[in-house]
Design a protein. Structure first.
Length: 128
């Protein structure tokens, strides 16, 4: 299975990693395993590392179906990283579907892990 995760309870983050060919069915299984993990907290942030994914096998309908499922809470920050332009587009499609759903979590897609981690670790600024 070309995806896995580690839950860092101390840092309150889920580190998800995918590699090789990633299918919609495998992404769905990843969501299910995460949701059912007793160490998972939906308030945690997520870093999704897709830098080793060589191909994504998912239709736009698959991406919408995955985005329709709520795993993380509205206050969560979710950063996804990929180096491939086509995969960046798929992740942006996921981000837009989540935004349209109005759940409220913050999602961003990055080309490098350093920028993603910096964004995840930014302190939330109070509303003025």
């Amino acid at each position: 299975m070309p995806c896995g995760y580690v839950i860092d309870r101390e840092r309150r983050v889920v580190l998800s990693t995918a590699w090789d060919v990633l299918t919609a069915a495998e992404a769905l299984d990843h969501q299910n395993r995460l949701r059912n993990d007793p160490n998972f907290n939906p308030d945690f942030s997520q870093l999704g590392d897709g830098t080793r994914v060589t191909k994504v096998e998912a239709t736009p309908r698959d991406v919408q179906m995955l985005a329709d499922r709520t795993i993380f809470s509205p206050g969560s920050r979710r950063a996804f990283v990929t180096k491939r332009t086509a995969h960046f587009g798929v992740l942006r499609m996921f981000q837009v579907y989540r935004e349209l759903a109005g759940i409220g979590e913050q999602i961003k897609v990055f080309h490098d892990t350093e920028s993603a981690l910096k964004w995840l670790n930014e302190a939330k600024t109070p509303d003025c």
